[in-house]
Design a protein around this ligand. Structure first.
Ligand code: BES
Ligand code: ZN
Length: 473
């Protein structure tokens, strides 16, 4: 919470901008629906052309709002869209980031309507990507459009970086940032890809977890073996994999990989008190997720376990016979996708090596086991009292009428840490989705009210950041 008193009513933003936003409501909604029709799934090779279509769509919109140097930058995989609106001489420069790739849609049968035929009904946009993250990207474009309609330019200089591999680990962006350092100079980065707190409580995210994603492959032989002929004389790869996985995490929720916790920055009593003060109700969280019971790490609350403590999960596991009926085999191989969520100061590379060595150590003999790195990104922590964070808090209060809460999120946005470590920028995570928006799941949604307030908060944020003295960012 900020120290300033709460304002009872939202302060209206610039009346001319407000009028433009009121007048463009339907058009802005249509823009999001148009964008969300592009099936820009970054992890599926068959959608490579859709990634280009989405990038070109954004570039055209950026040009439409008067951005210069707009470029769809080729990378080793999906394009990155760059553009700038530098019309505020002497004012701070803000690096704005959102992503335009989306997650796969499976299981598609659980969608009530086709994932890429989005619609707006009863105040909700529904469709893949409307929340994560196309809605937030459109809020940024809309904010500029409304300023233009009111005859204004943004009060800060804006440099846009929109990427197409966020859901795939941001590998191309990691290579692109150092190569483009000369045109990424800024005072602060603003990332819009996060959520409000439970119950749609306005929030600023000050902590994100990192990630290390890997695959474990267990091989027995080139082909399946008859389980009658061979059972009892060879190791079963599915059982071997189960043993390995069981060794990774205890029932107390602690990861068993040696050295895993070595670099974890301790949570201070103040951090824990601040989290305990958040309006988080474990039972309503459980009910909403429809799980039989919440299982966290022993010694930590559920909120701490899911946002401020590192963890390990199996994302998928397969091998052997899965059809109807029965088939008596010893599978030739078995596999698992495993990911860890990391906190400051754990390093994905080091965690991968520790996982790989430990898997080799606990693997039963009689099978060949390999562990392969897939992607990684570091955790990030922003001080709550940073002037740019406080500017965002004022923008939120002005529009929402309440102070935001400061929260940590369990999810990851790999580029966040790179903006600070490579470009030396403070990062403000100002996102506007609701936490239960079905991101990555069927029937993803965005409340139109959040779409409206988010756009206004962005308009206001440029004014707030413009007022910060240079160097204070
Ligand atoms: N928008 C999310 C990150 C997020 C999740 C923020 C939950 C706040 C709450 C982002 O698009 C995302 O899903 N990131 C991936 C990154 C990964 C694939 C490297 C994630 O966290 O799984
Ligand atoms: Zn996502």
């Amino acid at each position: 919470m900020t120290d300033e008193p709460r304002s009872p009513e939202p302060t209206p933003i610039d009346p001319a901008v407000e009028a433009a936003l009121v007048g463009s409501r339907e058009a802005r909604a249509a823009t999001l629906l148009e964008f969300a029709r592009i099936p820009s799934i970054s992890t599926q090779p068959e959608h490579a052309a859709d990634m280009v279509t989405a990038a070109e769509w954004i570039a055209a919109r950026l040009r439409g709002v008067g951005a210069t140097e707009v470029e769809v930058c080729e990378t080793q995989l999906h394009p990155i869209v760059y553009g700038r609106i530098h019309e505020a001489p002497g004012a701070p420069t803000v690096l704005v980031y959102c992503h335009f790739d989306v997650q796969p849609v499976d299981p598609v049968e659980l969608w009530e309507t086709a994932p890429f035929e989005p619609f707006l009904r009863d105040g909700r946009f529904v469709g893949r990507g409307v929340a994560d993250d196309k809605g937030q990207l459109v809020m940024h474009l809309s904010a500029i459009e409304a300023l233009r309609a009111a005859g204004r330019a943004p009060a800060v200089n804006l440099t846009f970086v929109f990427e197409g591999e966020e859901e795939y680990g941001s590998e191309s962006l990691f290579a692109w940032i150092p190569q483009n350092r000369h045109r990424l100079g800024a005072d602060v980065a603003v990332i819009s890809d996060t959520t409000y707190f439970e119950g749609n409580v306005p929030a600023i995210t000050v902590g994100l977890r990192g990630i290390m994603y890997a695959q474990i492959d267990v091989e027995l032989s080139p082909v399946d073996l008859h389980s009658g002929q061979y059972g009892g004389s060879v190791e079963n790869p599915a059982i071997a994999l189960a043993r390995i996985i069981t060794a990774l995490k205890g029932p107390d929720g602690r990861v068993r990989i040696p050295t895993f916790y070595d670099d974890v920055v301790a949570l201070s009593d103040a951090d824990r008190a601040q989290m305990a003060a958040l309006p988080f109700d474990e039972e309503s969280f459980r009910e909403e997720t429809q799980v039989p019971a919440l299982v966290g790490e022993t010694g930590w609350t559920i909120l701490e376990s899911r946002t401020a403590r590192p963890t390990l999960d199996v994302n998928g596991i397969w091998g052997g016979f899965q059809g109807d009926g029965a088939k008596t085999i010893i599978p030739a191989h078995a596999h698992a996708k495993v990911s860890t969520r990391l906190v400051a100061d754990q390093k994905p590379g080091k965690v991968f090596e520790a996982l790989r060595d430990y898997v080799a150590q606990v693997a039963p003999r009689g099978v060949r086991v390999t562990t392969t790195f897939i992607h990684g990104g570091e955790a990030s922590l922003t001080p709550t009292d940073h002037p740019a964070t406080q500017a965002a808090a004022r923008a939120i209060r002005a529009v929402e009428g309440v102070d935001p809460v400061f929260i940590r999120e369990g999810g990851s946005i790999p580029v966040t840490a790179a903006f600070s470590s490579v470009l030396g920028l403070p990062v403000v995570l100002a996102g506007f989705d609701q936490p239960n928006c079905n991101a990555h799941a069927p029937n993803e949604w965005l409340d139109e009210r959040n779409f409206e307030t988010g756009t206004r908060i962005i308009v206001r944020l440029w004014d707030e950041l413009a007022r910060l003295p240079r160097g204070a960012q």
